[in-house]
Design a protein around this ligand. Structure first.
Ligand code: SAH
Length: 352
């Protein structure tokens, strides 16, 4: 597999097997690789912290390799306990992560790119443009850094922060391999969700890998007319192509797909939208997650009212599609993605 999505010096992006083979070439005994891998995944920032290695070896490794890290630059804690982090990466770029507490454990929403190319009209991340992909180690570092800062073990991960995970596919696949490794954080693949705006070719590829992760698809519309207006990706892969890929995914993996639907007043929240949506989802193992849209500066979009949300759920359910309105956590700290980075870089942030 081509490896230009991370630098050869980036040790934390490498699998245990790769570190073993590189260490072998350096003439090091095999157990050293496991020792170092464990340190990396426990979240050390520097080789000097690897206390069971000789000083000479630590020196040698620091000449040859680097350890990526996500430094907490800003942190906001919500009344409900949700914590939003703004992380600074080694090159000075910023990404956001959000730590949330549920009865089933602690969950983190992490970023996969600095910015995003997808330009969905309602999304703050797209408004600040695309800077670069994250390396596997930078994706992992968000989990480690938040876990060390909060003192909590993170049991659930959602790839739903800044960026489009399937547009940084190789890094994301490798991150999944690293974070689920028994010698690393050992997070269960069943506790990981990946959210995509609908890169159809990658959905097929992912389906064939038959990973036990949950696929979330940002649908946000019942038809192409509305979807193309709000999500440019729909011009490349329309809803028919996307839903065919989703059906393939659920058939192949046996996993239910979670469809995200941000309710925007007067745009996609009318009764007929719910009916049309239910018709489109027939035959797919699906669950619809409704989210009242967050008002992003400049879009003019408003969230649907509570009655509308409830009505939408009941219309979907009447047609056999299960749906829930997602609980909003951290609304007092602007927990949705894209907001802090914009502020850090001089943007205006959100109105709500
Ligand atoms: N690129 C991926 C993941 C990042 S966005 C994707 O598109 O799925 C995470 C989720 O937040 C997506 O469902 C996205 O559509 C949604 N989202 C973005 N801006 C939003 C807003 N202003 N209000 C509500 N949801 C929003």
């Amino acid at each position: 597999m081509k490896q230009d999505y991370f630098q050869p010096r980036d040790l934390k992006s490498k699998t245990l097997a790769e570190i073993q083979s590189e260490f072998k070439e350096l003439g090091l005994p095999k157990f050293r690789a496991l020792q170092v891998y464990r340190w990396l995944h426990r979240g050390v920032e520097d080789f000097s912290q690897m206390s069971d290695l000789s000083k000479a070896l630590r020196e040698e490794l620091s000449q040859k390799y680097e350890i990526a890290w996500a430094e907490v630059e800003q942190k906001r804690v919500s009344k409900d306990g949700t914590v939003k982090y703004l992380f600074r990466l080694p090159d000075g770029e910023h990404v956001e992560s959000v730590l949330m507490h549920y009865h089933h454990g602690t969950s983190i929403c992490i970023s996969t790119q600095v910015g995003c190319k997808m330009n969905c009209s309602f999304c703050a991340t797209g408004q600040s443009g695309f800077a670069r992909n994250l390396s596997p180690s930078e994706i992992l570092s968000q989990v480690q850094s938040a876990s060390l800062d909060s003192g909590e073990r993170i049991s659930h991960i959602v790839l739903m922060g800044m960026g489009e995970p399937l547009d940084n596919y190789e890094s994301v696949l490798r991150f999944l391999e690293l974070v689920t490794s028994p010698e690393g954080l050992n997070v269960s693949m069943r506790h990981i969700s990946l959210s995509t705006c609908g890169l159809v070719d990658k959905i097929y590829d992912l389906a064939d890998r038959r990973l036990q992760l949950t696929l979330s698809v940002s649908l946000h519309a019942p038809n192409d007319e509305i979807r193309s207006r709000t999500m440019p990706v729909n011009k490349k892969w329309n809803m028919e192509a996307l839903l065919r890929a989703c059906k393939y995914y659920s058939d192949r993996t046996g996993r239910r797909i979670s469809f995200e639907y941000a309710m925007i007043r007067g745009v996609n929240d009318m009764d007929w939208c719910a009916k049309e949506l239910a018709g489109r989802l027939r035959g797919i193992l699906a669950h619809v997650n409704l989210i009242p849209v967050n008002d992003v500066t400049g879009t003019g979009y408003q969230k649907s009212g509570l009655d509308r949300q409830k009505r939408f759920v009941s219309l979907l359910e009447a047609q056999g599609v299960t749906a829930t309105v997602r609980r909003t956590l951290g609304s007092d700290i602007e927990a949705s993605c894209g907001q802090l980075r914009r502020k850090a870089e001089g943007g205006t942030g959100y109105e709500s």
